[in-house]
Ligand binder design. Structure first.
Ligand code: MN
Length: 222
């Protein structure tokens, strides 16, 4: 800190060097010449860093390479913004690893009982809430509502989300295993889960007439 202070003193400025700063305390402005790396948990909806912390100085980086588009919202921004991890036991998803093929169905006794189907894709769990549970026989169709991506370690989560929190109620793993898929595009997913209970070929098809997040889930004849 002393070293930084000495370096800052040499480049102190009298006028603002960055505009639009929410200045609640007195600010000492310096010439923007020193690059430092900042770690953060996620981005808020209005583009602010959540839990920012100083990591190290970067003498190898020129300042003109430091642009806002390096700071990208994560896949899990919506997941994180809905939850208070001081209160909810749900995983924060900081250090999850998958094998690329996890599937899980969680029985979620929330305000209304539903079953959450999650399929690992691109480092997150793509998720749907299925109010009536998974169809076990070919021909049965179930409504599935697309919900926010969940972190991979959610596939191990069982527990009680305290009342007042998003999704308050108990979560139990109903089935878990791996899956393969034949088709995965914007409108259709054809996947083959291998769990304790689920097996066979399943289709998720977008149900545009019903709404943006609505899908139909059914079991195909194998
Ligand atoms: Mn749920």
């Amino acid at each position: 800190m002393q070293d930084l202070r000495n370096r800052f003193r040499e480049i102190e400025m009298n006028e603002e060097t960055l505009h639009g700063v929410d200045a609640r305390e007195k600010i000492t402005w310096i010439k923007p010449e020193i690059v430092c790396e900042v770690l953060y948990q996620s981005l808020t909806k209005d583009g602010k860093l959540r839990m920012p912390r100083f990591s190290r100085l970067r003498t190898d980086k020129p300042t003109n390479e430091c642009t806002i588009d390096q700071v990208k919202p994560t896949h899990l921004q919506e997941y994180e913004s809905k939850r208070d991890f001081k209160v909810s036991p749900e995983p924060k998803g900081d250090d999850a690893k998958g094998d690329g093929r996890i599937f899980v169905v969680q029985e979620h006794h929330a305000r209304r009982l539903h079953y959450d189907l999650r399929l690992e894709k691109d480092g997150v769990l793509k998720s749907w809430a299925v109010p009536k549970g998974l169809p076990m026989n070919p021909g049965e169709k179930r409504l599935a509502i697309e919900v926010e991506d969940h972190p991979l370690d959610y596939s191990n989560f069982e527990g009680t989300i305290p009342s007042g929190q998003y999704g308050a109620g108990t979560v139990k793993i109903w089935d878990r295993g791996t899956y393969e898929f034949k088709v995965w595009n914007d409108d259709m997913i054809e996947f083959m889960p291998k769990g304790q209970t689920l097996e066979g070929r399943y289709i998720l098809a977008r149900f545009k007439k019903a709404g943006k997040k609505q899908w139909l889930l059914f079991k195909a004849k194998s």
